[in-house]
Design a protein around this ligand. Sequence first.
Ligand SMILES: O=C(O)CCC(=O)C(=O)O
Length: 292
Amino acid sequence: MTQAVPAISDHLARIDVEGYTILEGAIEPDLVDELRETIRRLERELHVEPKGTSAEGHATRRMYNLLAKDPAFQAMPVHPNVLPVVERLLDRGCLLSGMTAIDIGPGETAQPMHGDDIVMSRHLQRPHAPMMVTTMWALDDFTAENGGTQFVPGSHVFPRTPDEPGALDGIETRPLEMAAGSVMVFHGSLWHGGGSNTTSDEWRCGVNVQYCPGFVRQQQNPYLGVPPEVAATFSDRLLELLGYRLYKGIMGHVDGASPGEVVFGARMAETAYRDSEQRGSRPMTGDLGADA
Ligand SMILES: O=C(O)CCC(=O)C(=O)O
């Protein structure tokens, strides 16, 4: 008998309680191979070396701004097995906050525990709605030995952040073990960090595809990072995720127009206040319409 695939509502319920869920086998094997091979090729071509900070690691190759580096990455933010879960956690006006390839090498030590929305958490009373949703794509098998993410189930509702003095005392972490092609989706307040890689020869390649609500500043700036002639080749939905449309009909306008209209013309045309009023949604107070 084949096992039933959990419904989106099951994943949302799990995230609500535990702060994370795992979409097992969500990504087509061919795409997983293409993404991993693309990352390893770019690491060689761009001479990517560890950046040497405690957050970025001393034996980890990290690459940012992936959409500008290779067309293969365009499939990730809009993937039909992943994006609908994110849209239900945030809304359809969510933004791509950033994409980072994280290839953890032998000898790497554990990254400090953190929440991905820690910057926003400092200004809010915890627990709060996710100010970031991270989807961690496994492009190699993640194991406890090769740097599988360490995390603390349920910590998204803790009243404190992990960097507070004594916050980690007595806290048990769990290693994220999942097969290549699986994706962990987690609430931005979940305590986690890249694990140590105690193997002698295994690299652990994953990509963090991160989203934020449409009213939050993106961690990686796509307007300057992705040249307009490259962005022009993206699908409409990908451009929306980058922020080329308005959030709730007003946020992000440029002299009354959407950023997408300024850069790409009629294809992304939207006028602040007017279009949302004509659609019957109330930009200041109403829910984001499905078409927003
Ligand atoms: O690589 C990982 O497993 C997690 C990385 C991470 O949490 C981060 O860089 O913010």
